[in-house]
Design a protein around this ligand. Structure first.
Ligand code: BGC
Length: 773
C-alpha cells in the first residue's frame, strides 16, 4: 500500500475537522485580497497528473500547522552560515513540523532523523535533506569561478553530476547550487562561487550545472539515486552588492537587472531547476525575500517557474533589520505573500503562519500551493515510496572519490588554470630540461587552502599540494627540485626570506605559489585591498633580486590586482583554488603535459579603483579613445587606463592561435525569425597541439536604449594540432540579438551592428559590419 493511502486512512477524521475549522475561521476573517496570494492556481513542476493526485491526497490530510511545518527548514547544527534561530529543532522534528533539514552530514544522522519523521509522527511525511554541494561533495573540483574559465560546458556538467553522485549516495537530496549570480566586483568574496561577469556565458554555465546536478532537464531524473535537486541562487542580483560588501543593496535599473543580472536565473529555470533561493539583498529598496514583483510576477508569471522558492539563511527574519517588517511575524507575512515557500532556519513560518492565516493576512490557498510544490518534489525524489532509499553505506563507499572522479578532477584543474603571461616561453618546464627549480611560497606545500570555500565535505588534508604534484611529476627526470617556504600567507621573517633567496640562487628557475587564504573569499569575505599580502610581496621582491626567472602561480577566490607581478614576473599562472587534485593538475600544466586552455571569465583590474570593471560596459557620450587615452573631459582616469590588466576571455597557451577569413553569409538580418551564419578559420600557429576558445562578440551601434560596447553571443572550444586549421561556424539568430528596451519588452531592434570573431573581449580583429532591418 502506498504510504499516502495508509496515512489517508488514519488521518481522515482529524483532517475533516481541521479543514472545517479553517474554513470557518477564514470566512470569519474574510479572504485575503488576491494580491496577497502566492499564486492563484498551483502549477505542478512535473506536469504529471498521477503525482498531482498523490500530492493532493497527502495535502488533504494535513492540518494547517503540519502544512506550515513542511514550509520550514532547519539546520542540523553542524556547519552553519549564520545564527541558528530555533533551539526547538528536535521538538519540531518529533511533531512532524519540519519539511527539510540541512547540514545533516552522515547517513546515520540522516537515517535517525528520517526515522523520527516517517515512523514517529502523525502523517509520517519524509524529510528533504539539503546541503551546500557547490563544487564537489568529497571530490572537490576547482572553485566554480575557476572551473568556468575552462569554458568547457560538458566538463562542468560532469563535475556537477559527480558531485551529485557522491552527495546523493550519502543521503543528500538537495543542493543549494548552482550559484548563478553575475559578478562584476572582485572585492565581493562570492565571485568565487559563480561563473563571472558575463550573462551569456553565465547562462550556459547555469544550464550545464543544473543539468549536471539534476541528471537531465526533466523532473523524471530526480528519481534517480544519483541525482540532486538543484537550487538556482540567489534571486536576484546578489552580486550587484554596492561597494562589493556582502548583503549590501543592489541599486540598479530594471534595464540592467533584466539585460545583465536576470538571464542566468532564467537559464537555470529553462534547464528545469526544481528550486530557487531568494537573495539576502534588497533591489531598489525592496529586499528580494519580500519582493512580490520578483518572486511571483517575474519568476512565476513571466518565466513560468513551477518549483519552490526557499529563503536564504534567516533571510525572512532579516526583513526586520532591513526595515520593511516591523517584527518577525510581519516578516513571515511579507515573505510568504511575496512567494517564498520555505523558510530556511528562521522559524518564522512555523511560529507565525498559522496565526497569519487565522487573521486573514495570508490565504490558506497560498499555503496549500507552497506545500504542494514541496510535497511534489518529495514524490519526485521517491521519498514517499521509500524514505530510506538514499541511505546505503555500500553505495556511498562505491560512489566516493573513485579513480574516475579523480581523473575528471585533475583534468578540471588543468583546464581551469589561466596562463596570463609567459615571457620567453619559460613554461613549460619539460622533464628533459635538466633544470634546477626552486619551489617557494606559502601555497607551494599547502593542502589546507586548495579546496577553497564552500568545499562540501572535502577533506582538506587530502588535497594534493602543488609541491607533491611537481615532485611526483619530475621524479626520476633530469629536473632537480629544491624547496623553501619563504613566508606564510600573512607573515614572513628575514630568515625565511634569506632561506628562499638562497634556494633561488641555486636554481635556474623559481616557481612561487602565492595568493589568498581560502576563507578570504566566499560568504561575508570582502576585501578592499586585492593585492598579494605584503609579506608575500616582500618575498617576491627579494626573489626578483636574484635575477632568476620567476613563474608565479596565484591561488585566489577572486581576480587579484597583479599589476606589479605582471611587470616583474616572467610567467603568471592563475590557478584559483583547484580542489582535491590541485597539485596534480597544476603539475600537468607546468610540465607541459597539458597545454593551458583556460580563458578568464572575469576581468582582472589594474587596481582596485577600477572596480567594478567588466568588458560589456557602455560607451558613454564621451568615450575614451583607447589608442590615445587622454582624459580631457573623457570618461577615463587621470592615473590609469580604463582597460583591465587582463580582459574577459583572455588566456595564453603554449602554442599560439590565429583567426582569419571571418565571413557572414548575408549582411542584413530581419528583426524576427532570421539568422546569419558566421564562419572563420582558426589556426594553431605554433608548434604544440592545443585548445583555444573562439569567441563571437556583437555590438548594436544604435538602439532605443544604449547597448554594451561588446556582448558575447557564442563560443567554441576547439582542439587543434600544431599547424592545423579548422573552420568554425556560428549561427546568430534574430532572437540572440534581442534585449530589453525602454518598454522592458525583450525584442530585436533594427540598427547597425558589428561582430567580431575573437580570442578575447579586447581583440578587435576580424570585425564585420552588418545590420538588422
Ligand atoms: C548562503 C547560501 C547558502 C545558505 C546555506 C547562506 O548564508 O547565502 O548561499 O546556501 O547559507 O548554507
Amino acid at each position: 500500500m502506498m504510504i499516502e493511502e495508509k496515512r489517508q486512512k488514519t488521518g481522515e477524521n482529524i483532517i475533516s475537522v481541521v479543514s472545517i475549522l479553517a474554513l470557518i475561521l477564514l470566512s470569519a476573517c474574510g479572504s485575503p485580497s488576491s494580491e496577497t496570494v502566492r499564486a492563484d492556481k498551483w502549477q505542478s513542476f512535473s506536469g504529471d497528473k498521477r503525482i498531482e493526485h498523490r500530492v493532493d491526497s497527502v495535502l488533504k490530510l494535513m492540518t494547517l500547522e503540519e502544512k506550515v511545518g513542511q514550509m520550514t527548514q532547519f539546520s542540523a547544527n553542524w556547519s552553519v552560515t549564520g545564527p541558528v534561530m530555533s533551539d526547538d529543532f528536535q521538538s519540531y522534528l518529533e511533531k512532524g513540523l519540519i519539511g527539510s533539514i540541512f547540514n545533516a552530514t552522515s547517513i546515520d544522522g540522516i537515517r535517525r532523523m528520517q526515522k523520527i519523521a516517517v515512523e514517529e509522527t502523525r502523517l509520517g511525511i519524509p524529510i528533504l535533506f539539503g546541503q551546500d554541494v557547490i563544487h564537489g561533495y568529497k571530490t572537490i573540483f576547482p572553485i566554480p569561478l575557476g572551473e568556468a574559465c575552462s569554458w568547457d560546458l560538458e566538463m562542468m556538467r560532469r563535475t556537477a553530476e559527480i558531485a551529485a553522485i557522491e552527495a546523493a549516495s550519502d543521503g543528500i537530496n538537495w543542493t543549494f547550487a548552482p550559484m548563478v549570480d553575475i559578478g562584476r566586483d572582485a572585492r565581493w568574496g562570492r565571485v568565487m562561487e559563480g561563473a563571472g561577469e558575463d550573462p551569456y556565458l553565465g547562462s550556459k554555465v547555469a544550464e550545464a550545472r543544473v543539468i549536471g546536478f539534476q541528471g537531465g532537464r526533466g523532473a523524471k531524473s530526480l528519481n534517480s539515486l544519483t541525482t540532486l535537486l538543484a537550487c538556482g541562487k540567489h534571486l536576484a542580483a546578489y552580486g550587484a552588492a554596492e561597494s562589493g560588501r556582502d548583503y549590501n543593496p543592489a541599486e540598479l535599473s530594471e534595464h540592467t537587472l533584466r539585460n545583465v543580472y536576470l538571464p542566468p536565473y532564467k537559464a537555470a529555470i529553462d534547464a528545469g531547476v526544481g528550486t530557487m533561493m531568494a537573495s539576502f539583498n534588497e533591489i531598489n529598496g525592496v529586499p528580494a525575500t519580500a519582493n512580490h514583483w520578483l518572486l511571483t510576477e517575474i519568476l512565476r508569471n513571466e518565466w513560468g517557474f513551477t518549483g519552490f522558492v526557499v529563503s536564504d539563511y534567516t533571510g525572512i527574519n532579516e526583513l526586520v533589520p532591513h526595515g520593511v517588517a516591523k517584527d518577525e511575524k510581519h516578516a513571515a507575512e511579507l515573505a510568504v505573500n511575496a512567494g517564498v515557500d520555505m523558510d530556511m532556519t528562521g522559524a518564522t513560518y512555523i511560529k507565525y503562519l498559522p496565526k497569519l492565516v487565522k487573521e486573514g493576512k495570508v490565504s490558506e490557498k497560498s499555503i496549500d500551493n507552497a506545500v504542494r510544490s514541496i510535497l511534489e518534489i518529495k514524490f519526485l525524489l521517491g521519498l514517499f515510496d521509500d524514505p530510506y532509499r538514499y541511505l546505503d553505506e555500500e553505495r556511498a563507499k562505491e560512489n566516493t572519490m573513485t579513480p574516475e572522479f579523480m581523473r575528471t578532477a585533475r583534468k578540471a584543474v588543468a583546464s581551469s588554470v589561466v596562463l596570463l603571461k609567459n615571457d620567453n616561453q619559460i613554461l613549460p618546464i619539460s622533464k628533459e630540461s635538466g633544470k634546477t627549480v626552486a619551489l617557494i611560497g606559502p601555497l607551494m606545500n599547502d593542502s589546507i587552502n586548495l579546496n577553497g570555500e564552500w568545499a562540501g565535505l572535502g577533506d582538506r588534508n587530502k588535497s594534493v599540494p602543488i609541491f607533491r604534484g611537481l615532485t611526483e611529476k619530475y621524479k626520476g627526470s633530469s629536473v632537480n627540485l629544491i624547496y623553501a617556504e619563504g613566508s606564510s600567507i600573512t607573515e614572513t621573517t628575514a630568515g625565511k626570506i634569506a632561506e628562499a633567496v638562497s634556494a633561488a640562487r641555486r636554481a635556474d628557475i623559481i616557481i612561487a605559489a602565492m595568493g589568498e587564504d581560502f576563507n578570504w573569499s566566499g560568504e561575508a569575505a570582502v576585501r578592499t585591498d586585492i593585492r598579494l599580502p605584503e609579506p608575500q610581496h616582500e618575498l617576491l621582491k627579494a626573489l626578483k633580486g636574484t635575477g632568476k626567472p620567476i613563474v608565479l602561480i596565484t591561488l585566489s577566490g577572486r581576480p587579484l590586482d597583479l599589476s606589479w607581478e605582471d611587470e616583474n614576473m616572467d610567467a603568471l599562472l592563475q590557478a584559483w583554488f583547484p580542489g582535491t587534485q590541485g597539485g596534480y593538475g597544476i603539475a600537468d600544466v607546468i610540465a607541459g603535459d597539458y597545454n593551458p586552455s583556460g580563458r578568464l571569465v572575469i576581468s582582472f583590474p589594474r587596481n582596485i579603483g577600477q572596480i567594478p570593471i567588466y568588458y560589456n560596459q557602455k560607451n558613454t557620450g564621451r568615450p575614451v579613445d583607447l589608442n590615445n587615452e587622454t582624459v580631457d573631459y573623457k570618461s577615463g582616469y587621470l592615473d590609469t587606463s580604463i582597460t583591465p590588466l587582463y580582459p574577459f576571455g583572455y588566456g595564453l597557451s603554449y602554442t599560439t592561435f590565429g583567426i582569419d577569413h571571418a565571413k557572414i553569409d548575408k549582411n542584413v538580418l530581419k528583426t524576427k525569425g532570421d539568422k546569419i551564419t558566421v564562419t572563420a578559420h582558426v589556426r594553431n600557429t605554433g608548434s604544440t597541439d592545443g585548445e583555444t576558445v573562439v569567441q563571437l562578440y556583437t555590438r548594436q551601434l544604435v538602439a532605443s536604449v544604449t547597448r554594451p560596447v561588446k556582448e558575447l553571443k557564442g563560443f567554441q572550444k576547439i582542439a587543434l594540432k600544431a599547424g592545423e586549421s579548422k573552420q568554425v561556424t556560428f549561427e546568430l539568430t534574430s532572437d540572440d540579438l534581442a534585449f530589453y528596451g525602454i518598454d522592458m519588452q525583450k525584442k530585436t531592434e533594427p540598427g547597425n551592428m558589428k561582430l567580431w570573431v575573437a580570442q578575447h573581449a579586447a581583440d578587435n580583429s576580424n570585425e564585420i559590419d552588418f545590420s538588422i532591418e
